[in-house]
Design a protein around this ligand. Structure first.
Ligand code: SAH
Length: 245
C-alpha cells in the first residue's frame, strides 16, 4: 500500500517571491493546507481554492494531529510554518506525533528562515559563526535562555534573537540585553528587522545600549554582532577575516 505523506512546508517570511520553489510546489500539489490563521492569510488568493484548516496559537499539537487525520483520509496535506519549519517551527513536533502514525511519511520542504531574510535586509550580520536564541519562555525555562545568552556572548558568536517580544513579555529584550551587556560593550553593533517580506518592513541598525531600550513587536528578529562586527554604509557587517589590502 502506498504511504500517506504530509509535506511540512516553510513558507519563508511572507511574500511569495521569498518562498522556495520546493515549498511552492508542495503547496500546489496539496489538497489541504493546514496552518496558523495569519499564515494562511499570507498565502493569498493563489491557494484559496484549497481546503484550508487552522487552529489558533498554542494549539500546535491539535494542528499537527489535524494533518495526520486528513492524511489518513487519503488527502495530500501540507502543513505551513513561517520561515523554515525546522527552525522554531512544527517539523520536530510532527516527527514526534508521527511515531504514532507509522504509515504516514513526512517530507520537509525548506524555507527561508528569519535569520537569513532579516540578515539580507541588514547587510551581512551573521557572516561568521553565529547562533540563534529564542526569547520565548513558553516551552523553555527562562534560566536556560539566560544560560544560552551568556554562553553565546562568551563564545563571541553573532547572535540572532527570535521571539524577542510579545504582549506578555514586553521587557524580555531588555532583560536579554542586560545579560549580554555583562560581557559586551554598550557600543556593540546590533540591528533588528520588523515585518520581513510583509507590509511595513523596517530594518534598523543600532548599538546594544540603544537596543536595550527599544520596544519591538513579535514580528521582529534581532541581530547582535560579534566583537568585530562593523557598521559599513549603514549596514551591519560581520566580517569573515579576509585581508583586503
Ligand atoms: N520558523 C520561523 C520562526 C518562528 S518563531 C522562521 O524560521 O523564521 C517566530 C519568530 O520568528 C518571530 O518572533 C520573529 O522573531 C521571527 N520572524 C518570523 N517571521 C518574521 C518576519 N516576517 N519578520 C520578522 N521576524 C520574523
Amino acid at each position: 500500500m502506498e504511504k500517506n505523506s504530509i509535506f511540512i512546508v516553510g513558507m519563508g517570511p511572507g511574500r511569495e517571491e521569498m518562498m522556495t520553489g520546493e515549498a511552492v510546489q508542495a503547496l500546489e500539489q496539496a489538497d489541504v493546507i493546514v496552518g496558523y490563521p495569519v499564515y494562511l492569510e499570507l498565502l493569498g488568493e493563489r491557494f484559496c481554492q484549497k481546503k484550508l484548516l487552522s487552529t489558533p496559537m498554542r494549539r500546535e499539537k491539535e494542528r499537527c494531529l489535524l494533518c495526520f487525520q486528513e492524511a489518513a483520509k487519503g488527502k495530500r496535506v501540507a502543513l505551513i510554518c513561517s520561515g523554515d519549519a525546522g527552525i522554531y517551527g512544527l517539523a520536530s513536533l510532527m516527527y514526534e506525533i508521527g511515531k504514532g502514525y507509522p504509515d504516514t511519511e513526512l517530507i520537509v520542504a525548506a524555507g527561508v528562515t528569519a535569520a537569513s531574510s532579516g540578515a539580507a535586509l541588514l547587510g551581512a550580520p551573521i557572516n561568521h559563526d553565529f547562533c540563534a536564541v529564542s526569547l520565548s519562555d513558553l516551552l523553555t525555562p527562562w534560566e536556560k535562555i539566560e544560560k544560552r545568552l551568556r554562553a553565546a556572548a562568551e563564545g563571541d558568536f553573532a547572535i540572532v534573537l527570535y521571539n524577542p517580544s510579545s504582549r506578555r513579555r514586553k521587557d524580555y529584550l531588555g532583560r536579554a540585553c542586560d545579560i549580554l551587556l555583562e560581557r559586551m560593550e554598550e557600543e556593540r553593533a546590533c540591528g533588528y528587522v520588523e515585518n520581513i517580506g510583509r507590509e511595513g518592513t523596517k530594518a534598523v541598525v543600532c548599538t546594544l545600549q540603544e537596543l536595550r531600550n527599544r520596544e519591538v513587536n513579535m514580528f521582529t528578529t534581532v541581530f547582535v554582532g560579534n566583537a568585530g562586527t562593523e557598521i559599513i554604509k549603514g549596514k551591519l557587517v560581520t566580517k569573515r577575516g579576509y585581508q583586503i589590502e
